[in-house]
Design a protein around this ligand. Structure first.
Ligand code: GLU
Length: 279
């Protein structure tokens, strides 16, 4: 079976050494296997993403010596694909509109005293879950801003036990309930990270998802969405994040360690590949 991997950065800043590490890892896995390496720009959030950062991603990867197969997929051009997936989940009765503001959610959590926490913070307390559908439709028709959440308990009742194969961690039992009712369409963007990534990996034929271990827990949700949407299940490899000499992860704030800054400081692509752990 051919391996298809991908690198899927968000153009919210310049790529740093941590990104280079992730990109080189995915690229190397595809090239070693004679497979395909794809590039995807995750730009659903128009307020945080910028066209010049998307262009910088292409330029910096090319400078680093990375080549990708086929056209670059841009999530901002794929909203119809996400809408189709949402329609399918809605037809299964698994989505509900959520009108809550952040403040309302926090107030409810404070009122309840204890809030179960998931990988992304406090779990949504379910304020909008039980609302009659007709009332939700009325509020939507009246223009009320709303997100769409997945009723995770209902969704789990439709699928059996789910697993994924992780090259580092082995066979993992998916636990999507740990996230609670995740948002699949945001108030401001008609999709979400979880939905877009799952749909795209399937549509692009990705067979091996490689990404940082910070996204390990997200796979619980992705695995459930694959089961609900009838999508193929890739293998996963969540790798360690590259850290600096003091053990800190690279982040957007590390301006001096962007690929752009290193290049401007006269480093060669080979030196930067070595700094990113791929010599
Ligand atoms: N766009 C995500 C990020 O930049 C990565 C998505 C993924 O690999 O699943 O963190």
């Amino acid at each position: 079976m051919t391996i298809v991997t991908r690198f899927a950065p968000s153009p919210t800043g310049l790529l740093h050494l941590g990104h280079a590490h992730a990109a080189l890892y995915a690229w190397r896995r595809a090239r070693e296997a004679g497979g395909r390496f794809l590039l995807r720009i995750e730009d659903i959030d128009a307020t945080r993403c910028r066209a010049e950062f998307a262009q910088a991603i292409l330029d910096d990867l090319a400078w680093l010596g990375l080549n990708w197969d086929g056209a670059v997929r841009r999530q901002s051009s794929a909203f119809a694909d996400y809408a189709a997936a949402l329609a399918r989940l809605d037809a299964l009765g698994l989505l509900y509109p959520c009108f809550c503001t952040r403040g309302e959610i926090q107030a409810e959590i404070a009122r309840a005293g204890a809030a179960p926490h998931g990988p992304e913070g406090a779990i949504y307390p379910g304020l909008c879950r039980a609302r009659p559908r007709a009332e939700g439709r009325r509020r939507i028709a009246a223009g009320a801003p709303h997100a769409l959440r997945l009723d995770v308990a209902k969704a789990l009742a439709k699928v059996g036990a789910l697993f994924w194969e992780d090259e580092e961690a082995g066979r993992i039992a998916a636990d999507p309930a740990s996230h609670g009712d995740v948002v699949l369409a945001r108030k401001d963007v008609p999709t979400s990270y979880h939905l877009a990534v799952t749909v795209d990996d399937a549509l692009q034929g990705v067979t091996l998802v490689t990404r940082g271990e910070d996204l390990f827990t997200a796979t619980h949700v992705h695995r459930l969405l694959q089961a609900l949407l009838g999508l193929p299940v890739p293998r996963y490899h969540h790798h360690k994040l590259l850290t600096d000499a003091s053990g800190r992860r690279y982040a957007k704030r590390d301006r001096a360690l962007t690929l752009r800054a290193l290049r401007e400081a006269g480093r060669s692509p080979a030196e930067v590949r070595a700094m990113a752990g791929h010599s």
